[in-house]
Design a protein around this ligand. Structure first.
Ligand SMILES: [Zn+2]
Length: 127
C-alpha cells in the first residue's frame, strides 16, 4: 500500500515513509512493499524475497549513514498483504522504547510532510 512519500521504487519493490498522521510524525518510519499482491511472507517468490531483502538492507545502511543508532525491520501484518516496516532508532532513545514501541518516545524526531520530504531527499542521495 502507498502510505506516504515514496523514497524508492523499482519493478518489484516500493518504499514509502509513513505519513505524519500515522505514527505521530515519527521520522524514519518506512514501509517496504512487494508490488505484486502477496498474502504474506510465505507467499513471496524467491526473486521477490531477494529484492525485498536487498532494499531493506540498503534502506538500513542509508538510515545509519543519516545518524540512526540502530534500524529495526519487522512484519506484523494482520491482513493478506506483505510489507516490512523498517524503522530507525534515533540516538538517545531510552531503553524502555527499544523495539516495537520505538515510535512512542515523546522526544523522538518528528515532522510534517515537508520534514519527511527533506529526510527522503537526504536518504535518496546515498541510497
Ligand atoms: Zn503495504
Amino acid at each position: 500500500m502507498l502510505v506516504g512519500e515514496v523514497l524508492y521504487e523499482d519493478e518489484q519493490v516500493l518504499v514509502s515513509h509513513a505519513p505524519p498522521g500515522m505514527v505521530g510524525g515519527y521520522l524514519g518510519y518506512f514501509f517496504v512493499d512487494a508490488k505484486r499482491h502477496a498474502r504474506g511472507l510465505a507467499d513471496l517468490a524467491d526473486d521477490e524475497a531477494c529484492a525485498l531483502a536487498r532494499i531493506v538492507t540498503r534502506l538500513a545502511k542509508a538510515l545509519e549513514r543519516d545518524g540512526a543508532e540502530h534500524v529495526y525491520a519487522f512484519t506484523f501484518n494482520h491482513v493478506p498483504h506483505h510489507h516490512v516496516q523498517v524503522v530507525a532508532r534515533h540516538p538517545g532513545t531510552p531503553r524502555d522504547f527499544w523495539g516495537p514501541r520505538v515510535d512512542e518516545w515523546e522526544d523522538a524526531p518528528r515532522g510534517d510532510d515537508a520534514k519527511i520530504a527533506i529526510l527522503c531527499d537526504r536518504l535518496r542521495a546515498t541510497f
